[in-house]
Ligand binder design. Sequence first.
Ligand SMILES: NC(=O)c1ccc[n+]([C@@H]2O[C@H](COP(=O)([O-])OP(=O)(O)OC[C@H]3O[C@@H](n4cnc5c(N)ncnc54)[C@H](O)[C@@H]3O)[C@@H](O)[C@H]2O)c1
Length: 256
Amino acid sequence: MRSHEERWNDAPGELGGRIAIVTGAARGIGAATAELLTCSGATVILSDIDEPALSQVAKSLARAEAYPCDVSRPAAVEDMVRHVEEAHGRLDILVNNAGICPRIPLEEMTEDSFDRLVDINMKSVFFLTRAAARVMKRNGFGRVVNVSSVGGRIGGVVHATVYSATKGAVLAMTRSMAREYAPEGILVNAVAPGAVNTRMFTDIGDEAVDAYVKNVPLRRLAEPMEVARGILDLCRPTTTWITGATIDINGGVLMM
Ligand SMILES: NC(=O)c1ccc[n+]([C@@H]2O[C@H](COP(=O)([O-])OP(=O)(O)OC[C@H]3O[C@@H](n4cnc5c(N)ncnc54)[C@H](O)[C@@H]3O)[C@@H](O)[C@H]2O)c1
Protein backbone atom coordinates (compact mmCIF):
# COMPACT_ATOMS: atom_id res chain seq x y z
CA MET A 1 0.00 0.00 0.00
CA ARG A 2 1.45 3.35 -1.06
CA SER A 3 1.58 6.18 1.44
CA HIS A 4 -0.75 9.15 1.29
CA GLU A 5 2.08 11.46 0.12
CA GLU A 6 3.21 9.04 -2.61
CA ARG A 7 -0.29 9.00 -4.04
CA TRP A 8 -0.49 12.80 -4.07
CA ASN A 9 2.87 13.02 -5.80
CA ASP A 10 1.23 11.48 -8.90
CA ALA A 11 -0.91 14.57 -9.38
CA PRO A 12 0.43 17.63 -11.25
CA GLY A 13 1.80 20.32 -8.93
CA GLU A 14 2.48 19.79 -5.26
CA LEU A 15 -1.17 20.59 -4.45
CA GLY A 16 -2.57 18.41 -7.23
CA GLY A 17 -5.85 16.84 -6.13
CA ARG A 18 -6.18 19.14 -3.14
CA ILE A 19 -9.37 21.12 -2.57
CA ALA A 20 -9.10 24.60 -1.03
CA ILE A 21 -11.41 27.37 0.12
CA VAL A 22 -10.15 30.97 0.10
CA THR A 23 -12.41 33.64 1.58
CA GLY A 24 -12.29 37.28 0.52
CA ALA A 25 -10.96 36.07 -2.83
CA ALA A 26 -12.46 38.77 -5.07
CA ARG A 27 -9.39 41.00 -4.80
CA GLY A 28 -6.21 41.76 -2.89
CA ILE A 29 -4.49 39.09 -0.81
CA GLY A 30 -7.31 36.58 -1.29
CA ALA A 31 -7.21 36.76 -5.09
CA ALA A 32 -3.41 36.44 -5.10
CA THR A 33 -3.61 33.44 -2.76
CA ALA A 34 -6.24 31.74 -4.91
CA GLU A 35 -4.01 32.26 -7.95
CA LEU A 36 -0.96 30.74 -6.26
CA LEU A 37 -2.91 27.75 -4.95
CA THR A 38 -4.35 26.98 -8.38
CA CYS A 39 -0.87 27.37 -9.93
CA SER A 40 0.33 24.73 -7.48
CA GLY A 41 -2.37 22.34 -8.67
CA ALA A 42 -5.17 22.84 -6.14
CA THR A 43 -8.82 23.25 -7.06
CA VAL A 44 -9.94 26.42 -5.31
CA ILE A 45 -13.38 27.52 -4.16
CA LEU A 46 -13.24 31.31 -4.14
CA SER A 47 -15.61 32.98 -1.75
CA ASP A 48 -16.57 36.63 -1.28
CA ILE A 49 -19.60 38.89 -0.93
CA ASP A 50 -18.66 40.91 -4.02
CA GLU A 51 -20.20 38.62 -6.64
CA PRO A 52 -19.20 40.46 -9.86
CA ALA A 53 -15.54 40.84 -8.83
CA LEU A 54 -15.49 37.26 -7.55
CA SER A 55 -16.71 35.75 -10.81
CA GLN A 56 -14.14 37.80 -12.76
CA VAL A 57 -11.30 36.38 -10.66
CA ALA A 58 -12.69 32.84 -10.85
CA LYS A 59 -12.96 33.08 -14.63
CA SER A 60 -9.31 34.13 -14.90
CA LEU A 61 -8.03 31.02 -13.08
CA ALA A 62 -7.86 27.34 -13.96
CA ARG A 63 -9.54 24.93 -11.49
CA ALA A 64 -11.37 27.77 -9.72
CA GLU A 65 -15.01 28.05 -8.72
CA ALA A 66 -16.84 31.10 -7.37
CA TYR A 67 -19.05 30.59 -4.33
CA PRO A 68 -20.55 33.89 -3.13
CA CYS A 69 -20.84 33.80 0.65
CA ASP A 70 -21.05 36.24 3.55
CA VAL A 71 -18.55 34.78 6.02
CA SER A 72 -20.12 36.61 8.95
CA ARG A 73 -23.11 34.21 8.80
CA PRO A 74 -22.36 30.83 10.38
CA ALA A 75 -25.21 29.13 8.48
CA ALA A 76 -23.83 30.44 5.16
CA VAL A 77 -20.29 29.16 5.77
CA GLU A 78 -21.63 25.80 6.88
CA ASP A 79 -23.63 25.62 3.63
CA MET A 80 -20.47 26.42 1.67
CA VAL A 81 -18.54 23.58 3.30
CA ARG A 82 -21.46 21.21 2.70
CA HIS A 83 -21.46 22.24 -0.97
CA VAL A 84 -17.70 21.66 -1.25
CA GLU A 85 -17.97 18.23 0.32
CA GLU A 86 -20.85 17.23 -1.96
CA ALA A 87 -19.18 18.56 -5.10
CA HIS A 88 -15.56 17.53 -4.43
CA GLY A 89 -15.72 14.86 -1.73
CA ARG A 90 -13.01 16.39 0.40
CA LEU A 91 -11.49 19.59 1.75
CA ASP A 92 -7.76 20.04 2.40
CA ILE A 93 -7.01 23.74 2.71
CA LEU A 94 -8.83 26.72 4.21
CA VAL A 95 -7.56 30.28 4.03
CA ASN A 96 -9.56 32.58 6.30
CA ASN A 97 -8.73 35.85 4.58
CA ALA A 98 -11.96 37.89 4.29
CA GLY A 99 -11.87 41.00 6.44
CA ILE A 100 -12.80 44.64 6.78
CA CYS A 101 -11.04 47.59 8.31
CA PRO A 102 -13.29 50.65 8.39
CA ARG A 103 -11.31 53.60 9.73
CA ILE A 104 -13.55 54.72 12.59
CA PRO A 105 -12.17 56.98 15.33
CA LEU A 106 -12.59 55.39 18.72
CA GLU A 107 -15.05 58.07 19.87
CA GLU A 108 -17.27 57.44 16.83
CA MET A 109 -17.42 53.64 17.04
CA THR A 110 -21.01 52.40 17.30
CA GLU A 111 -22.15 49.08 18.64
CA ASP A 112 -23.32 48.03 15.16
CA SER A 113 -19.93 48.75 13.58
CA PHE A 114 -18.18 47.02 16.47
CA ASP A 115 -20.33 43.90 16.03
CA ARG A 116 -19.84 43.90 12.25
CA LEU A 117 -16.06 43.96 12.66
CA VAL A 118 -16.21 41.09 15.14
CA ASP A 119 -18.59 39.06 12.95
CA ILE A 120 -16.61 39.40 9.73
CA ASN A 121 -13.04 39.34 11.05
CA MET A 122 -13.32 36.95 13.98
CA LYS A 123 -16.58 35.03 14.32
CA SER A 124 -16.21 33.85 10.72
CA VAL A 125 -12.85 32.26 11.49
CA PHE A 126 -14.34 30.17 14.28
CA PHE A 127 -17.40 28.89 12.45
CA LEU A 128 -15.79 28.31 9.06
CA THR A 129 -12.74 26.56 10.52
CA ARG A 130 -14.93 24.32 12.65
CA ALA A 131 -17.09 23.35 9.68
CA ALA A 132 -14.03 22.77 7.47
CA ALA A 133 -12.21 20.73 10.10
CA ARG A 134 -15.12 18.30 10.35
CA VAL A 135 -14.47 17.40 6.70
CA MET A 136 -10.64 17.54 6.89
CA LYS A 137 -10.65 15.12 9.84
CA ARG A 138 -11.94 12.33 7.63
CA ASN A 139 -8.69 12.31 5.63
CA GLY A 140 -6.47 13.09 8.60
CA PHE A 141 -5.06 16.07 6.70
CA GLY A 142 -5.75 19.78 6.81
CA ARG A 143 -4.05 23.13 6.45
CA VAL A 144 -5.78 26.21 7.87
CA VAL A 145 -4.22 29.65 7.46
CA ASN A 146 -5.76 32.64 9.21
CA VAL A 147 -4.93 36.09 7.89
CA SER A 148 -4.34 38.28 10.94
CA SER A 149 -2.37 41.54 10.92
CA VAL A 150 0.59 43.26 12.51
CA GLY A 151 -2.19 45.27 14.20
CA GLY A 152 -3.16 42.10 16.05
CA ARG A 153 0.32 42.03 17.57
CA ILE A 154 1.00 45.66 18.45
CA GLY A 155 -2.29 47.53 17.95
CA GLY A 156 -3.51 49.26 14.84
CA VAL A 157 -2.47 52.44 13.12
CA VAL A 158 -5.03 54.98 11.88
CA HIS A 159 -8.31 54.39 13.72
CA ALA A 160 -8.19 50.63 13.91
CA THR A 161 -8.74 49.80 17.59
CA VAL A 162 -11.53 47.26 17.16
CA TYR A 163 -9.97 45.87 13.96
CA SER A 164 -6.75 45.19 15.87
CA ALA A 165 -8.67 43.51 18.67
CA THR A 166 -10.32 41.13 16.19
CA LYS A 167 -6.94 40.35 14.63
CA GLY A 168 -5.39 39.71 18.06
CA ALA A 169 -8.27 37.37 18.81
CA VAL A 170 -7.57 35.52 15.56
CA LEU A 171 -4.00 34.89 16.74
CA ALA A 172 -5.22 33.47 20.05
CA MET A 173 -7.82 31.36 18.25
CA THR A 174 -5.14 30.08 15.85
CA ARG A 175 -3.08 28.73 18.76
CA SER A 176 -6.06 27.16 20.54
CA MET A 177 -7.33 25.51 17.37
CA ALA A 178 -3.82 24.31 16.52
CA ARG A 179 -3.72 22.41 19.82
CA GLU A 180 -7.22 21.05 19.45
CA TYR A 181 -6.87 19.89 15.84
CA ALA A 182 -3.27 18.61 15.95
CA PRO A 183 -4.31 15.01 16.72
CA GLU A 184 -6.46 15.09 13.55
CA GLY A 185 -3.53 16.02 11.29
CA ILE A 186 -4.86 19.54 10.81
CA LEU A 187 -2.27 22.31 11.10
CA VAL A 188 -3.57 25.78 11.97
CA ASN A 189 -1.33 28.81 11.47
CA ALA A 190 -1.61 32.55 10.96
CA VAL A 191 0.12 35.19 8.93
CA ALA A 192 0.44 38.72 10.25
CA PRO A 193 0.98 41.07 7.31
CA GLY A 194 2.13 44.64 7.67
CA ALA A 195 0.63 47.19 5.30
CA VAL A 196 -0.22 45.78 1.88
CA ASN A 197 -0.92 47.63 -1.35
CA THR A 198 -4.69 46.97 -1.42
CA ARG A 199 -7.63 49.29 -1.04
CA MET A 200 -7.92 48.30 2.62
CA PHE A 201 -4.71 50.16 3.41
CA THR A 202 -4.37 52.70 0.63
CA ASP A 203 -7.81 54.10 1.55
CA ILE A 204 -6.12 55.91 4.45
CA GLY A 205 -4.73 58.42 1.91
CA ASP A 206 -1.32 59.18 0.40
CA GLU A 207 0.00 61.23 3.32
CA ALA A 208 -0.71 58.53 5.89
CA VAL A 209 0.69 55.84 3.57
CA ASP A 210 3.94 57.85 3.14
CA ALA A 211 4.24 58.32 6.90
CA TYR A 212 3.84 54.56 7.44
CA VAL A 213 6.33 53.62 4.73
CA LYS A 214 9.01 55.80 6.37
CA ASN A 215 9.01 53.34 9.28
CA VAL A 216 9.24 50.21 7.15
CA PRO A 217 12.86 49.01 6.84
CA LEU A 218 12.15 47.87 3.24
CA ARG A 219 10.60 51.33 2.58
CA ARG A 220 7.48 50.28 0.67
CA LEU A 221 4.14 48.50 1.00
CA ALA A 222 3.90 44.76 0.37
CA GLU A 223 2.26 43.52 -2.81
CA PRO A 224 -0.59 41.00 -2.24
CA MET A 225 1.45 38.25 -3.92
CA GLU A 226 4.21 38.63 -1.31
CA VAL A 227 1.72 37.76 1.42
CA ALA A 228 0.18 34.99 -0.70
CA ARG A 229 3.59 33.28 -0.98
CA GLY A 230 3.79 33.04 2.81
CA ILE A 231 0.27 31.61 2.93
CA LEU A 232 1.14 29.03 0.26
CA ASP A 233 4.15 27.88 2.30
CA LEU A 234 1.84 27.07 5.21
CA CYS A 235 -0.50 25.09 2.93
CA ARG A 236 2.14 22.75 1.51
CA PRO A 237 1.85 19.04 2.33
CA THR A 238 5.59 19.17 3.03
CA THR A 239 5.05 21.78 5.76
CA THR A 240 4.46 19.26 8.52
CA TRP A 241 5.96 20.67 11.70
CA ILE A 242 4.59 24.22 11.91
CA THR A 243 1.36 24.67 13.80
CA GLY A 244 0.00 27.41 16.05
CA ALA A 245 2.59 29.76 14.54
CA THR A 246 2.27 33.32 13.33
CA ILE A 247 4.42 34.19 10.33
CA ASP A 248 5.24 37.91 10.19
CA ILE A 249 5.21 39.23 6.63
CA ASN A 250 5.86 42.90 7.17
CA GLY A 251 9.04 44.19 5.48
CA GLY A 252 10.69 44.39 8.91
CA VAL A 253 8.28 46.88 10.47
CA LEU A 254 7.97 44.56 13.48
CA MET A 255 10.67 42.06 14.35
CA MET A 256 10.05 39.60 17.17
N1 LIG B 1 -4.15 45.48 3.28
C1 LIG B 1 -3.46 45.47 4.38
O1 LIG B 1 -2.64 46.38 4.62
C2 LIG B 1 -3.59 44.34 5.36
C3 LIG B 1 -2.66 44.26 6.40
C4 LIG B 1 -2.77 43.24 7.33
C5 LIG B 1 -3.78 42.31 7.21
N2 LIG B 1 -4.67 42.42 6.19
C6 LIG B 1 -5.74 41.42 6.13
O2 LIG B 1 -5.70 40.74 4.90
C7 LIG B 1 -7.00 40.28 4.56
C8 LIG B 1 -7.31 40.65 3.13
O3 LIG B 1 -7.29 42.06 3.02
P1 LIG B 1 -6.95 42.85 1.66
O4 LIG B 1 -5.91 43.80 1.99
O5 LIG B 1 -6.76 41.92 0.54
O6 LIG B 1 -8.30 43.68 1.57
P2 LIG B 1 -9.38 43.89 0.41
O7 LIG B 1 -10.34 44.88 0.94
O8 LIG B 1 -8.68 44.15 -0.87
O9 LIG B 1 -10.09 42.45 0.32
C9 LIG B 1 -10.92 41.95 1.31
C10 LIG B 1 -12.00 41.10 0.66
O10 LIG B 1 -12.85 40.57 1.69
C11 LIG B 1 -14.19 40.61 1.21
N3 LIG B 1 -15.17 40.62 2.29
C12 LIG B 1 -15.49 41.65 3.12
N4 LIG B 1 -16.49 41.30 3.92
C13 LIG B 1 -16.83 40.02 3.60
C14 LIG B 1 -17.82 39.12 4.07
N5 LIG B 1 -18.67 39.45 5.05
N6 LIG B 1 -17.87 37.88 3.52
C15 LIG B 1 -17.03 37.53 2.52
N7 LIG B 1 -16.09 38.36 2.02
C16 LIG B 1 -15.99 39.58 2.56
C17 LIG B 1 -14.26 41.90 0.39
O11 LIG B 1 -15.36 41.92 -0.50
C18 LIG B 1 -12.90 41.89 -0.30
O12 LIG B 1 -12.97 41.26 -1.57
C19 LIG B 1 -7.96 40.90 5.58
O13 LIG B 1 -8.29 39.94 6.57
C20 LIG B 1 -7.12 42.01 6.18
O14 LIG B 1 -7.53 42.32 7.50
C21 LIG B 1 -4.59 43.41 5.26
